[in-house]
Design a protein around this ligand. Structure first.
Ligand SMILES: Cc1cc2nc3c(=O)[nH]c(=O)nc-3n(C[C@H](O)[C@H](O)[C@H](O)COP(=O)(O)OP(=O)(O)OC[C@H]3O[C@@H](n4cnc5c(N)ncnc54)[C@H](O)[C@@H]3O)c2cc1C
Length: 403
């Protein structure tokens, strides 16, 4: 294989966005390799792909807001391409313990420029935002109208296709097995060994999600990523609950609900124990289906929060995906120079909330590679060494992915 300036390993939403942003910034012929026969067939294809700005740390909130704006403007940013973004709004329903952080977060969101409205249960009940919602178990709500969901595989494919139009190359069916310092291509060059041959390059970007640990281990780096299984149940909505409806975070029942399209309804988990104490999963061999108990649990939660689902909702099917969790459930975005690999970058450990941030991941990494810095905000908080240094990026809620 011929030489490339930059090789991106992993063709999910992260790697494809990085590839696009590299090509847009003028990198000549960046190459993306993915071991699967098709792009976006990793966790991106299993994502519920919510695009929201409700976060509890300011830096993630800012990144989510910039990424949200990118999704809204996707067709103009990447002419002829789509992310399939649908705006629905998001209702964050807090239990008693989450009221203080909800209030703090909403105040921070306002400061950052997000339209976030605090509503008492009686205000939510009398509003027309979601007339089907049973507000009984909730203590307080934050409502953000500027949120929704995108089509995750389409988004990744759009990034890749726009990158190819700008001169990038994509090689699927090719697993990267080793990254090593290359003597032939200068001091900072690398050889990326793949099942399809060797590629020489100046920079490498690792965007391999739940499959990251072996690649890091081969470089002698112990990356703290725990792979955890997350089931999702899909229901049909009754006639009176169809059409475009807000996404709901249900903290009392540790669940989220995503009404999709006209009549589908996805239910997923916000339970912290799935990530903290749940069993470690093997990304190449795990239960990709959903158990009876899991489906029944989601049925019960959905029925309690939205009684119309109990009356006439129908169970359709389910599946399970994987999160690449870090100990603080926040991404690792870093150049691995401290580990002896200057010029090798990683965007991994996205902990179940990395899809929506993909536009910013692409902007950050391409800028670090091309300009040697990312001037817009301080991304050093995402460094790998924060775990060793005891400086994790904390979230404020007990529910997991709302980092
Ligand atoms: C059920 C579920 C729901 C989710 N909901 C949301 C949500 O609502 N909002 C949100 O923002 N995020 C959500 N996420 C998280 C989000 O989907 C992920 O963070 C994001 O899609 C990860 O993208 P990625 O490109 O990093 O990883 P992936 O999409 O997994 O891509 C990694 C790619 O790397 C390739 N690869 C791995 N190792 C190698 C190798 N050695 N050589 C070559 N190729 C390799 C794989 O084939 C794969 O294509 C959810 C995730 C799941 C599972």
């Amino acid at each position: 294989m011929k030489d490339h300036d930059v090789v991106v390993i992993g063709g999910g939403s992260t790697g494809c966005s990085v590839l696009y942003h590299l090509a847009k910034m003028g990198v000549k012929q960046p190459l993306l390799v993915d071991m699967a026969p098709q792009l976006a067939s990793g966790q991106t294809s299993r994502s519920t792909a919510l695009v929201r700005t409700h976060y509890s740390s300011e830096i993630l909130t800012r990144m989510a807001l910039l990424s949200y704006r990118f999704f809204k403007d996707f067709g103009r940013q990447l002419p002829g391409h789509t992310a399939g973004y649908v705006e629905t709004g998001l209702i964050v329903g807090a239990d008693e313990a989450s009221v203080p952080p909800l209030l703090e977060n909403a105040a921070m969101h306002k400061r950052v420029g997000i339209d976030s409205r605090i509503m008492k249960p009686e205000e939510m009940a009398s509003s027309q935002i979601e007339p089907m919602l049973n507000t009984a178990e909730f203590s307080l709500f934050a409502y953000e109208p500027n949120a929704g969901y995108a089509e995750p595989s389409t988004t990744a494919a759009s990034f890749a296709s726009a990158a190819v139009q700008l001169g990038a190359s994509v090689l699927t069916g090719s697993r990267a097995t080793k990254i090593e310092r290359a003597t032939s291509s200068g001091e900072n060059g690398y050889s990326v060994h793949t099942t399809e041959g060797l590629v020489q390059c100046r920079n490498v970007v690792i965007a391999t999600g739940v499959w990251s640990r072996p690649l890091f281990a081969q470089m002698g780096i112990d990356v703290p990523i725990k792979v955890s299984r997350h089931p999702v149940a899909i229901f049909g909505r009754p006639a009176r609950y169809q059409g475009n409806r807000p996404v709901i975070f249900d903290f009392p029942r540790s669940a989220y609900y995503k009404p999709e399209g006209n009549e589908l309804f996805f239910a997923g988990s916000l339970a912290p124990d799935l990530d903290a104490s749940g069993e470690e999963s093997d990304p190449d061999s795990y239960n990709e289906g959903i158990s009876y108990e899991e489906a029944a649990g989601f049925s019960e939660s959905a029925a309690a929060a939205l009684p119309t689902m109990a009356e006439a909702g129908t169970y359709r099917r389910g599946y399970a995906g994987l999160y690449d969790n870090t100990p603080d459930q926040n991404p690792i975005v870093d150049e691995l120079s401290e580990n002896g690999y200057p010029g090798v970058y990683c965007v991994v450990g996205l902990s179940g909330h990395g899809f929506k941030l993909s536009p910013e991941f692409g902007r950050i990494v391409s800028s670090l590679i091309v300009q040697g810095k990312f001037p817009d905000y301080d991304v050093s908080v995402f460094k790998l060494r924060r775990f060793k240094d005891g400086r994790p990026l904390g979230g404020k809620y007990r529910v997991s992915t709302i980092a």
